[in-house]
Design a binder for this molecule. Structure first.
Ligand code: PEP
Length: 235
């Protein structure tokens, strides 16, 4: 079953978020997940019935405590969320999240029964200097260190140079990296980076592309629904 996940990042107002989740048209052959801003998690999760699951965009690695501004795995579970996005490149590069912190967050999410989408991906400089595979291998190994049961883990390969830039990796580049990741760990691998209706079919047709993590195009029901429809034809 293909996966179509939408990362709304720090976008939308409450009425827009509720309207968007109500407009999503899931299909039974595709796993549809949305990651709303934490502030809108309760109403979006409440409206996300009919085959849509929700997740938190980031969690802290402790359960509770004096961590102003943070949210935790037990909080997400308590409102009915099923997923945690961990190690998104914006967390790594804007907020300085390390592989070690990513690993703690993955463990914490799994401990509380959340499924995890762990993001990995190289920068443009790393790709141009021939280090893309080395960087991704390190992120995968360090992020999943000490975790034996990977049945609730998916990886999203998101080359940093393709996120929000309109430049997506070619389907061949995606396939090559997904195949490489699957040789390290046997988990579903999603592709993310400027996925839109016009390139979703070719990306999702690749043998080792198990789904997509969509940013910008998940903010409009029309484009997100079109990607779900395309995924259903390939599931
Ligand atoms: C993302 O945020 O994970 C992402 C892939 O964004 P975009 O689709 O906008 O490039």
């Amino acid at each position: 079953m293909k996966v179509v996940a939408g990362n709304w990042k720090m976008n939308l107002t409450l009425p827009e978020a509720v309207e968007l989740v109500k407009s999503i048209q899931p299909v039974s052959s595709v796993k549809v997940i949305v990651f709303p801003p934490a502030l809108f998690a309760v109403p979006v999760t409440r409206h996300a019935c009919r085959g849509i699951e929700t997740g938190v965009q980031n969690i802290h690695h402790e359960d509770f405590g004096a961590y102003t501004g943070e949210v935790s795995a037990p909080m997400a579970v308590s409102i009915g969320m099923k997923y945690a996005l961990v190690g998104h490149s914006e967390r790594r590069h804007i907020f300085g999240e390390t592989d070690e912190q990513v690993n703690l967050k993955v463990k914490k999410a799994l401990e509380h029964g959340l499924k995890v989408i762990m993001c990995v991906g190289e920068t443009l400089q790393e790709r141009e200097s021939g280090r893309a595979f080395e960087v991704v291998e390190r992120q995968v190994r360090e992020g999943l260190k000490g975790i034996d049961d990977l049945s609730s883990v998916m990886i999203a390969y998101e080359p940093v140079w393709a996120i929000g830039t309109g430049k997506n990796a070619t389907p061949q580049q995606a396939q090559e990296m997904h195949e490489f990741i699957k040789k390290i760990v046997d988990v579903p691998v999603l592709y993310g980076g400027s996925v839109k209706p016009s390139n979703a079919r070719e990306l999702l047709s690749q043998k080792d592309v198990d789904g997509v993590l969509v940013g910008g195009a998940s903010l409009k029901a029309d484009s997100f629904n079109e990607i779900i429809r395309i995924a259903s034809e390939l599931s």
